[in-house]
Design a protein around this ligand. Structure first.
Ligand SMILES: NC(=O)c1ccc[n+]([C@@H]2O[C@H](COP(=O)([O-])OP(=O)(O)OC[C@H]3O[C@@H](n4cnc5c(N)ncnc54)[C@H](OP(=O)(O)O)[C@@H]3O)[C@@H](O)[C@H]2O)c1
Length: 313
């Protein structure tokens, strides 16, 4: 059966008694994932930075899924103080988390820094999520799943562990997004290694090209530049046996379709004994860039992230 939308993925799935935390749930893929998981009966915790958008999302899900159990939490991933407050609030809301979906993200932003001095793309997409996840680990239930939104954009670039925050190189917003999305996969690899003995598994997801607000920082010129970047980089970094389906042009999905794979990662029985994998089109894909799945680099990124976030223990 082909699973085209997130709502189709949860058809027949019962998540009553389960709690799912979704970052960036106020828009795009996070919002659609929240609706689908709520429709399956989960208590869904929506975490995002825009209070108005959170309320609007909560109301929209309430209309779409009568009786949905939704809670909202303020979370700004560009501030570790906000991340820590959000983790504490989530701790007050629920003793157990069954799905943690690290979905929030920014793409191709001009150079800027987070409150803690991190480059904004790696700071938002990886380091903020690293700290949030680290703080929530004690609450993850046996059998919990961590779903991390990455992207085929990871083919654009590996992450430079010697200069993760672009202090020593001229900033390139395309390379910075690629590096942040590579960091997402490496984070997933190390999470799965550390937590699988507890029955907690981790997955990285490419949702496809989806019509959301993510491209808000892109100019018309960027679209042309990106066309040059991606095939060139993908050719250089993708394995020789690239089995990805060849298409004549980019196929743009709607958010309810784009959210299918991350919701599948969260609920599919097919993934019960599997983790540390890259997913797209509701399937495991074996062609993530080798540098993104490198276990030694995943461990090194974990150590660096702990140091940068000032994590204890
Ligand atoms: N759309 C695609 O084609 C595509 C392709 C590959 C991967 N992805 C990945 O999919 C994920 C979801 O993106 P989307 O397409 O749904 O984009 P989106 O509609 O722009 O949603 C992104 C969400 O992240 C939130 N966010 C951004 N910065 C944040 C911060 N500092 N703190 C807390 N929340 C923050 C946004 O909140 P605000 O509205 O307040 O900014 C929004 O709720 C991203 O990780 C993206 O990299 C998307």
């Amino acid at each position: 059966m082909t699973l085209d939308t997130a709502m189709e993925v949860v058809d027949g799935v019962d998540l009553n008694g389960k709690t799912c935390v979704i970052t960036g749930a106020s828009s795009g893929l996070g919002r659609e994932s929240a609706r689908a998981l709520a429709a399956a009966g989960a208590h869904v915790v929506l975490a995002a930075r825009d209070a108005g958008a959170l309320v609007a999302t909560q109301e929209w899900i309430g209309t779409e899924v009568p009786g949905a159990r939704i809670t909202t939490v303020a979370l700004d991933l560009t501030s570790l103080a906000s991340v820590r407050r959000a983790a504490a609030t989530i701790g007050d809301i629920t003793p157990r988390i069954h799905v943690l979906m690290n979905n929030a993200g920014v793409m191709f932003t001009p150079f800027s820094k987070t409150a803690d001095g991190f480059e904004i793309q790696v700071g938002t997409n990886h380091l903020g999520h690293f700290e949030l996840t680290r703080l929530l680990i004690p609450q993850l239930a046996a059998g919990a799943r961590i779903v991390i939104l990455s992207s085929d954009g990871h083919y654009i670039s590996d992450v430079d562990l010697g200069d993760i925050n672009w202090h020593e190189r001229e900033y390139d917003k395309f390379l910075a997004y690629g590096a942040a999305k590579t960091a997402n996969i490496l984070h997933m690899v190390e999470l799965d290694r550390r937590l699988r003995d507890r029955g907690v598994r981790a997955y990285a997801v490419h949702p496809g090209m989806v019509a959301t607000s993510l491209a808000r920082h892109m100019t018309a010129e960027d679209v042309t530049t990106l066309r040059e970047y991606l095939p060139r980089r993908a050719k250089r970094t993708a394995p020789q046996t690239d089995t990805r389906p060849k298409t004549t042009g980019p196929k743009i999905a709607m958010p309810d379709q784009g959210a299918a794979t991350q919701v599948w990662a969260a609920v599919s029985p097919e993934l019960a004994d599997v983790g540390s994998v890259y997913l797209a089109n509701c399937r495991i894909r074996d062609d993530a860039a080798p540098y993104a799945l490198d276990e030694a680099r995943a461990a090194a990124l974990w150590e660096l992230s702990e140091k940068l976030c000032g994590a204890e223990g």
